[in-house]
Design a protein around this ligand. Structure first.
Ligand code: NDP
Length: 465
């Protein structure tokens, strides 16, 4: 058999991906900066070792691969990718392809793609963590059509499959499009996780439910419209016992969330695009606040702990989550529509929803319905798709009750309330920015448009009406 594929970086993701590739019948040559890691990886590859060629130098790696070569980089995003590309440059030619499969910022991928490289280049977003990489991730590819055509058989073979059998790997567009879509995926991931943690907080602090009683609630939701990997694992997180103290492990975990920054990138890019993604922004904000434990303790000492007593039915929480989730995804897809316009990409919204259906962290049954609604009209905001408008009719009253009760009783619900505020703006035909335009004209002579179309573009400031 001939080896056309190589992989650099046998860390958590690279090792899992290499095994997945070998398992699907593609021979692969591998190289790692620390050679001992390569040898240990090969020794531990079992029967797949026969399809894996371990190499000790970059030269040996390149020689072990028959053109047309495709070399996948699975090293930390940033400088390591630039360094590896520079090291490969003298060894590769114009028919060879280098694929950055790490969590690159899409602006870096655009920059690398635009540079004068001696080889071809593409950037792919890989989601699903180690388990996904090993048994089937979701893959969002960006790069030239020819590079996608070359890699499609391999990438679709190793990817997760949706229930209807479609592989969750697709071409998003040129240059940084794949990494961009992956970043939005991660932003939505932050938002989904935050909304789950908020309703967990309502149950824990507002309803005094112990973790053992919260787990079955998530389990029940997982059998309905909220069916998703994140709800499923939340049930398991709530159910797990502390191996040391014996109580729920959830009650022992420090309440400060880590982050690698991809959610923040999404929020920052959304600001660049003037695309409103308040649920994602709230989720990033909440993680940042979570890290400030001392300040929060001081806040509680001064202002007192919330003594909440929420008497809403659990069904309200489920309906609020359904509405919040729709609002969040509507914002995410609208952000991608804005990016497609800004960067000249033909992002295929239904295809993105389909790729997210399996393998990735935000996989959920609702993405099936989103793919369908987006296929009806990709440019229409998801909240206006009849199917989701119907779900919102049902979920919004509950979302209002949950957010209102949270506000009155000092239970923080930043993501759910940000979603609701956005929705109420989005359904208000006559907004309040006429006041802002009046103020801007008053102090800065910025002018304004009139509703009647007549052209008095400045105000009569100083002369009372
Ligand atoms: P690990 O830390 O497990 O592995 C990093 C790998 O990169 C190691 O093989 C390491 O080699 C190598 N490496 C580190 N620095 C350099 C360098 N300067 N030059 C060459 N090789 C280097 O990372 P992960 O596998 O978790 O992550 C890899 C990429 O995948 C990242 O971009 C990450 O953001 C992304 N990703 C990770 C996910 C996850 O769940 N972990 C999910 C999705 C994407 P050595 O053995 O010599 O240290």
């Amino acid at each position: 058999t001939v080896t056309h594929t190589g992989l650099i970086g046998l860390g958590t993701m690279g090792a899992a991906l290499a095994l997945n590739i070998a398992e699907k019948g593609f021979p692969i040559a591998v190289w790692n900066r620390t050679a001992a890691v390569t040898r240990a990886f090969h020794a531990g590859a079992g029967e797949l070792a026969a399809r894996i060629t371990p190499t000790d130098t970059l030269e040996a790696l390149v020689q072990a691969i028959t053109p047309p070569r495709a070399i996948i980089l699975m090293v930390p995003a940033g400088q390591a990718v630039d360094d590896q590309m520079a090291a490969l440059a003298p060894l590769l030619g114009p028919d060879d392809l280098v694929i950055d499969a790490g969590n690159a910022n899409f602006r870096d991928t655009n920059r690398r793609d635009g540079a004068d490289l001696p080889f071809r280049f593409m950037g792919i977003g890989v989601s699903g963590g180690e388990e996904g990489a090993r048994h089937g991730p979701a893959i969002m590819a960006g790069g030239p059509d020819a590079a996608w055509a070359q890699m499609k058989p391999l990438l679709q073979a190793i990817a997760a499959r949706a229930e209807d059998g479609t592989p969750c790997a697709d071409h998003m567009g040129p240059s940084g499009a794949g990494h961009f879509v992956k970043a939005v995926h991660n932003g939505i991931e932050y938002a989904d996780m935050q909304m789950i943690s908020e309703v967990y907080g309502v149950m824990r602090d507002g309803m005094a439910l112990p973790a053992a009683d919260i787990a079955p609630v998530f389990d029940r939701w997982n059998a309905g419209p909220l069916q998703s990997y994140l709800i499923e694992i939340s049930a398991q997180v709530a159910a797990a016992a502390d191996p040391i103290g014996g109580g729920p492990i959830l009650d022992m975990i420090v309440d400060a969330a880590g982050q690698k920054g991809t959610g923040r990138w999404t929020a920052v890019e959304a600001q660049h695009l003037a695309a409103p993604v308040p649920v994602i922004e709230a989720a990033v904000m909440a993680r940042n606040v979570s890290a400030r434990r001392d300040e929060r303790a001081a806040g509680q000492a001064r202002f007192g702990a919330a003594k909440a007593k929420i008497t809403l039915p659990l069904d309200d929480l489920e309906q609020a989550m359904i509405a919040g989730k729709i609002l969040c995804y509507a914002q995410g897809f609208a952000m991608m529509t804005a990016a497609a316009k800004e960067f000249g990409w033909a992002l295929d919204m239904p295809a993105i929803a389909r790729v997210w259906r399996a393998g990735c962290i935000i996989r959920s049954s609702m993405l099936n319905d989103m793919a369908q609604a987006l296929a009806e009209d990709p440019a229409r905001n998801l909240i206006l798709a009849p199917f989701f408008a119907g779900l919102l009719d049902k979920g919004l009253p509950a979302l209002r009750r949950v957010v209102a009760n949270g506000a009155l009783q000092a239970l923080p619900l930043p993501a759910l309330s940000a979603g609701l505020a956005w929705f109420d703006l989005m359904r208000q035909a006559r907004g309040t920015a006429n006041m802002i335009q009046g103020q801007r004209d008053f102090f800065g002579a910025h002018g304004f448009d009139r509703l009647d179309g007549k052209d008095a573009h400045h105000g009569p400031w100083g002369s009372p009406a």
